[in-house]
Design a protein. Structure first.
Ligand SMILES: [Zn+2]
Length: 145
């Protein structure tokens, strides 16, 4: 078991393949097709975060988000077509300690509690988890009285 990513939950061949698949699917259904990505903007980047057990990227240009691809660290928005950035890919920043963050979050039994924001370290995540465990244990003791 691991946190969900683009490859585990959306397209096993990764972000670029998903963009192509999504655009083709929209065209087949005669729905508006987002512009094809063109070029790479190396002046901008987006950071991943974990939301409900999924590594995601928030679009810097609109309120959308999408699953992140650990093997293709680029982002292109299928919602707004990254129009405000000339339809260009941007870099995606992953934390160096992604595996440790994932290990710690997977100790949380409930998916909705598996969340991480850039800047949080695994020590803080562990303290949070232990705090919840103590809190639940205390509530359990209270309810058994
Ligand atoms: Zn967007």
């Amino acid at each position: 078991m691991a946190l969900k990513t683009m490859r585990s939950a959306l397209h096993r061949e990764g972000f670029e393949a998903f963009v192509q698949h999504y655009r083709a699917q929209r065209a087949r259904k005669r729905l508006p097709v987002p512009e094809a990505p063109r070029g790479f903007d190396d002046t901008r980047a987006a950071a991943v975060r974990v939301n409900w057990g999924q590594w995601i990227i928030d679009c810097p240009f609109c309120p959308s988000a999408i699953l992140a691809d650990p093997d293709d660290r680029r982002f292109y928005c299928l919602e707004c077509g990254s129009a405000d950035n000339g339809h260009r890919w941007i870099a995606v920043v992953w934390p160096n300690e992604a595996a440790a963050i994932e290990d710690e979050l997977l100790k949380r039994p409930r998916e909705e509690n598996r969340n991480w924001f850039p800047g949080e370290d695994t020590f803080k995540l562990r303290l949070e988890r232990e705090g919840y465990e103590q809190w639940y244990a205390a509530v359990g003791r209270h309810l058994r009285k």
